[in-house]
Design a protein around this ligand. Structure first.
Ligand code: PEP
Length: 248
């Protein structure tokens, strides 16, 4: 059964990749199809944010938890908003692991993003060790609950969630559709215990080695509302076929 009230999202996370010519190639590719049934969000590195022509929504890959001031090299939520961003990826595993972003730091960034009227794409996901240890659901609940504690569950009506198993990111090892559905269902049920209406409406994206060849099967799962795409978002043709695989 498919849910018609949740508009799918396909978001491309370029990470620290891409260049100016890729912007045009991607826009040319997206312009060839009718993508009105979904939201397409591109999250390029900061310098390219102002270079897109408006065909897709824009997202940043990170932002500061501070409003402004003496934080050399950081970018505030309000600045992203001024530059035309609607979304910001927060809590990506590469930020959590490589930049010491704890659950509390991620939660305070989510709060700042909402204050600036940005939609956070809040990433959660486990390592292979955590999955194998049997602590998967407790671990994911902790990642979610840190944010609930900071902003309250009602604010989740303004969030997008992304389930990104770390073992599947950039590895070519995708979660099976059943594995993705199991976790997405858990996340929705976990929120439903706090607010069933918000749980029903929140979009939960899957991320981890999604490609044109596996997107349709993943996106057809009941609780999967689109994808957060890394590597394949750099390939305009493959990215378009992932967009076309989103539920109608
Ligand atoms: C990501 O980094 O968010 C991601 C899902 O990467 P990939 O699609 O390359 O696994």
């Amino acid at each position: 059964m498919q849910n018609s009230t949740r508009k799918p999202i396909v978001a491309g996370n370029w990470k620290m990749n891409g260049n100016k010519p890729l912007i045009q190639l991607l826009e040319d590719s997206l312009a060839t199809a009718d993508l009105a049934h979904l939201e397409v969000v591109i999250c390029p590195p900061f310098p390219y944010l102002g270079m897109f022509g408006g065909l897709n929504a824009l997202g940043a890959q990170n932002m500061s938890q501070f409003d402004g001031g003496a934080h050399t090299g950081e970018i505030a939520a309000s600045m992203l908003k001024e530059c035309g961003c609607q979304y910001v990826i927060l809590g990506h595993s590469e930020r959590r692991a490589g930049h010491a972003e704890t659950n509390d730091v991620v939660a305070s960034k989510v709060k700042k993003a909402l204050e600036a009227d940005l939609t956070p794409i809040l990433c959660v996901g486990e390592t292979e060790e955590i999955r194998d240890s049997g602590n998967l659901f407790a671990f994911l609940a902790e990642q979610i609950d840190a944010v609930v504690q900071e902003i309250g569950v009602n604010e989740f009506s303004k969030l997008v969630l992304a389930y990104e198993p770390i073992w599947a990111i950039g590895t070519g090892k995708t979660a099976s559709p059943a594995q993705a559905q199991e976790v997405h269902h858990f996340l929705r049920e976990h929120l439903a215990k706090k607010n069933s209406d918000i749980a029903e409406k929140i979009r939960i994206l899957y991320g981890g080695s999604v490609k044109g060849s596996n997107a349709k099967e993943l996106f057809s799962q009941q609780d999967v509302d689109g994808g957060l795409i890394g590597g394949a978002s750099l390939d305009p043709e493959d990215f378009l076929s992932i967009c076309l695989a989103a539920k109608q």
